[in-house]
Design a protein around this ligand. Structure first.
Ligand SMILES: Cc1cc2nc3c(=O)[nH]c(=O)nc-3n(C[C@H](O)[C@H](O)[C@H](O)COP(=O)(O)O)c2cc1C
Length: 359
């Protein structure tokens, strides 16, 4: 990996450019791609680009606190690493390297169940707040075994991803003949994934004390059902546009979910959150944490754990600049009053948050 010292990266755009240089076409396409026409993926970006700010001025913003609460713990920014399968194809060391970068900076990591080096070794690699995300590809005993191992290894919460009932068609991977072991055919146990229902959520809540996150909520109706099941975190996501095509952008869905949940659970969100301004918009709309999917991968591919750390540093600086210019000194001060609908100024795309790069 031919990366400069990470302090030489002054902007996120440079980190993304370095990631694109370092990754072979297969893993690059796997990382940035979405399902079918990639309309959902573009709408994630479009939804964020369709929100403008309403800044307030002449307020003392000489001291800004951008820390946040995450499952009752204090973290440096209201962000976490979203679960990414196959991180080992993005950076040597895979999830362990990501854990080191997250821990050094001070944000949580959500580990994917289809990622190396696995639950135990990733926990051992670095001490950061961590959650475990499972694709249900086995019976109840199989799920319970993963819950026990997550508890034994200090994971603070358990996440079920529920927007994967069918095996989606990722055409960049198909056209490029990029075959990951878990994408070659429908994975073993995928029938469990298709058969998943609220019964398993009820069973989980009846049996386990570990906080439960449901990832892949895209409507107020399902948010309400999740709350009624006692789910602690409603995670608004469309899988980065990698599952159902022609969905709404996450930032467009977020307000209806926040309204439906009405403070009875935490609401997290992901979907093309690439900039500090994006994170601020999510918090102003009522999310308590923002999942970063591809962005940390760009940092990791650019320069490993140090590159991830530099990515998060620049993101933090962007958050601070945004808060100060909005006239807000802490995240708790953000409300929808700071936002307004506005037409986007550019076409959305996988890299459109980094306009100096092209798409
Ligand atoms: C390469 C890649 C692999 C992913 N693997 C998983 C996974 O194993 N489990 C999961 O729940 N979501 C997975 N996702 C979805 C992310 O957790 C997250 O929802 C999405 O990437 C957020 O959008 P963003 O990448 O635009 O930030 C993956 C996304 C990408 C880009």
């Amino acid at each position: 990996m031919n990366a400069p010292h990470t302090e030489e990266f002054l902007t996120l755009q440079e980190l993304v450019a370095a990631a694109r240089r370092n990754l072979p076409p297969g893993p690059w396409g796997y990382l940035i791609g979405g399902a079918e026409t990639e309309t959902t993926a573009r709408r994630n970006r479009l939804a964020l680009d369709s929100i403008a700010f309403r800044p307030r001025v002449l307020r003392d913003v000489s001291r800004i606190d951008n820390s946040a609460s995450f499952l009752g713990r204090r973290v440096r920014l209201p962000v976490f690493l979203a679960p990414i399968g196959g991180l080992e194809s993005i950076v040597p060391g895979g999830a362990a390297e990501a854990a080191r970068g997250a821990a050094a900076f001070g944000v949580p990591q959500m580990l994917s169940s289809v990622c190396q080096p696995g639950l135990e070794a990733t926990a051992a690699a670095a001490d950061t707040v961590r959650c475990y995300q499972l694709y249900v590809r086995g019976d109840d005993a199989w799920v319970d075994d993963h819950v026990r191992r997550a508890c034994d290894n200090g994971y603070a919460a358990f996440c079920l991803t529920v927007d994967v009932a069918m095996y989606s068609r990722r055409e960049r991977d198909m056209v490029g003949r990029f075959i990951k072991p878990w994408r070659a055919t429908a994975p073993a146990g995928s029938s469990f994934q298709s058969a998943l229902s609220w019964d398993q959520v009820k069973r989980f809540k009846d049996k386990h004390g570990l906080p439960l996150i449901i990832k892949g909520i895209a409507t107020a109706e399902d948010a309400e059902i999740a709350v009624q099941h006692g789910v602690e975190v409603i995670y608004v996501s469309n899988h980065g546009g990698r599952q159902l095509d022609h969905g709404l952008g996450s930032a467009a869905v977020l307000p209806q979910v926040v309204a439906a949940v009405a403070g009875r659970a935490e609401v997290w969100v992901d979907g093309s959150f690439m900039r500090g301004t994006d994170v601020v918009k999510a918090v102003a709309l009522g999310a308590s944490a923002v999942g970063l999917g591809r962005l940390p991968c760009f940092g990791l591919a650019a320069a490993g754990a140090a590159g991830l750390g530099r990515t998060l540093e620049i993101l933090e600086e962007e958050v601070r600049v945004c808060l100060g210019l909005l006239g807000v000194t802490s995240l708790a001060g953000l409300t929808p009053q700071y936002l307004a609908a506005a037409p986007p100024t550019q076409l959305p795309g996988a890299l459109s948050a980094f306009p100096l790069l092209g798409d």
